[in-house]
Design a protein around this ligand. Structure first.
Ligand code: CTP
Length: 401
C-alpha cells in the first residue's frame, strides 16, 4: 500500500469512532503519506488535538478564525496543499453539511475549496445511516464524485447492530491507496458516454420515453473522471447533477443523441453507450396537440438509427462498450448484442426484479466479452461503475497489446 507522494488532509468529525483517527494517522504515515488533520468542534470532545498533532507531526487545525494558524498556512493554501481529502469519521451531520455546501467551519470550507478528490468514511448509528435524509445526502455526494468508504456493519457503540461502523484504519488506508491507483488508470484517455433515456415526441405535449434514470451512466462518467479520463457525457432528459470534471451535452431524442455522439466521436478512445436509446420514434410529429376525436388511435413508428452500431462502424473506432437491460435469458441476449453490434464489451443487468435496475442506487452487472465474463456487484452504482471502468481499462490494454 503506497501513499508516498500523497498529502492527505484528514477531516475528523465528532462521533465516538473519532478515537480511531489516532490509529488512522499512524497508518497513513506508515504508508508514506504526509498528513494534516482538521477537527470539528464535536471531534475535540472525543479526542484531543494534541494526540493528532503528535501523531501527524503537524499542527492540527480546528477553526476558520485562528489568526495565528491562518498566518502560517491560510485555509485556501491548506486546501491547495492536499492531494487527497479524507473525512473519517464522517458523521451524519458532517455528511449533510458537505452535501449542502456549507462553509461555516474549517472542514466544510476546505472541502469546498479543494480541487483534490474527496472521500468520506461514514460512522453513525445504523438507524441514522438508514434514514432517507442521510441516504439522500450520500447520493448527492456520490453524484458529485465524492467516494464513500464503507460503512462497515456489526456491533455499534450504542449497543445496536447494523451498518454504520467506521471502517478499520487499515481498510481506509487501502481504500485510499486503491483510489490513488485508480486515479492514474485512465489518465489522458478520452471517454465518451451516453446516459439516460431519450424522449420521442408525438406532439407538443406527449412523448414516448422509458424508465432509465441515467444514474448508472452518470456514475460511469463520475468514475471515469476520477480515474483521470477526459470525459464527455451526452445526457438524455434527466435532472441529475453533472459530475465534477465532466463535460455534458444535453439532448432529448435518439436522433439528437446520434448527432451529438457523431460530432464528439473523433479522437475518442472509449465509447460507453449507457443510454436507453429509443428503438422507435413516431414517423411524424404533430405540430399541434392531437385531440381525442376517434375511439382509438395508432401512432406509426419508424426504427431509430442504432448509435452503438454506427460507432463501431466508424474508422478509426474507439473501444466500444454497450449496455443491455434484460428481463430474461440475460447471457444469451447480451452475447447476441455483443456479436451483432461488434462491441468489445457488454454490461448487462437484469431488470424487472428487486435490488437493481433503472431507478435503484444499487446494481449488479454481468459483463461479457468474446472469451470471458465477470460479475460486478451487487454494490452501489458508484462502486460498480469504478469496477466496470477498471475492467474496461484492463480489456482495452489487452486489445492494444
Ligand atoms: N443503443 C443505441 N442506439 C439505439 C438503441 C440502442 O446505441 N438506437 C444502445 C444502447 O445505448 C445500449 C444498447 O444499444 O448500449 C442496448 O441494445 P438494444 O439493442 O437497444 O437493446 P434492446 O432494445 O433492449 O434490444 P432488444 O430489442 O433486442 O431486446
Amino acid at each position: 500500500m503506497c501513499l508516498r507522494d500523497e498529502r492527505v488532509l484528514l477531516g475528523v468529525s465528532g462521533g465516538i469512532a473519532a478515537y480511531k483517527a489516532a490509529e488512522l494517522v499512524r497508518r497513513l504515515r506508515d504508508a508514506g503519506a504526509q498528513v494534516r488533520v482538521v477537527m470539528t468542534d464535536g471531534a475535540k470532545r472525543f479526542i484531543t488535538p494534541l494526540t493528532l498533532q503528535a501523531l501527524s507531526g503537524n499542527p492540527v487545525r480546528d477553526s476558520l478564525w485562528d489568526e495565528g494558524a491562518e498566518a502560517a498556512m491560510g485555509h485556501i493554501e491548506l486546501a491547495r496543499w492536499a492531494t487527497r481529502v479524507l473525512v473519517a469519521p464522517a458523521t451524519a451531520d458532517t455528511l449533510a453539511r458537505l452535501a449542502h455546501g456549507h462553509a461555516d467551519d474549517l472542514l466544510s470550507t476546505l472541502v469546498l475549496a479543494t480541487a483534490a478528490p474527496v472521500a468520506v468514511a461514514p460512522a453513525m448509528n445504523q438507524q441514522m445511516w438508514a434514514h432517507p435524509a442521510t441516504q439522500a445526502n450520500v447520493a448527492l455526494l456520490r453524484g458529485r464524485g465524492v467516494q464513500v468508504f464503507g460503512p462497515g456493519a456489526g456491533d455499534q457503540a450504542c449497543g445496536e447492530v447494523g451498518p454504520g461502523r467506521l471502517l478499520e484504519p487499515d481498510e481506509l488506508v487501502s481504500a485510499l491507496a486503491s483510489q490513488v491507483r485508480a486515479s492514474a488508470m485512465l489518465a489522458g484517455v478520452r471517454v465518451l458516454i451516453t446516459a439516460g433515456p431519450t424522449f420521442e415526441d408525438i406532439d407538443p405535449v406527449r412523448f414516448i420515453g422509458n424508465r432509465s434514470s441515467g444514474k448508472m451512466g452518470f456514475a460511469v462518467a463520475a468514475a471515469a473522471a476520477a480515474m483521470g479520463a477526459e470525459v464527455s457525457l451526452i445526457a438524455g432528459p434527466v435532472a441529475l447533477p453533472t459530475p465534477v470534471g465532466v463535460a455534458r451535452i444535453n439532448v432529448r431524442s435518439a436522433a439528437q443523441m446520434l448527432a451529438a455522439v457523431m460530432d464528439a466521436l473523433p479522437g475518442q478512445d472509449i465509447y460507453i453507450g449507457a443510454a436507453a436509446v429509443a428503438d422507435y420514434t413516431p414517423a411524424c410529429v404533430a405540430d399541434k396537440k392531437i385531440k381525442k376525436t376517434a375511439a382509438d388511435m395508432a401512432v406509426a413508428l419508424d426504427r431509430t438509427t442504432d448509435i452503438l452500431a454506427t460507432v463501431t462502424a466508424a474508422t478509426p473506432r474507439p473501444f466500444v462498450v454497450g449496455f443491455a437491460a434484460e428481463t430474461h435469458d440475460l447471457e444469451h441476449y447480451a452475447r447476441d448484442k455483443l456479436q451483432r453490434k461488434g462491441l468489445d464489451l457488454i454490461a448487462a443487468n437484469q431488470v424487472g426484479c428487486a435490488g437493481g435496475g433503472f431507478e435503484a442506487d444499487c446494481n449488479t452487472l454481468q459483463v461479457f466479452w468474446a472469451d470471458g465474463e465477470r460479475t460486478l456487484g451487487p454494490d452501489s452504482k458508484a462502486v460498480v461503475a469504478q469496477q466496470l471502468l477498471a475492467l474496461v481499462a484492463e480489456r482495452r490494454a489487452m486489445a492494444n497489446a
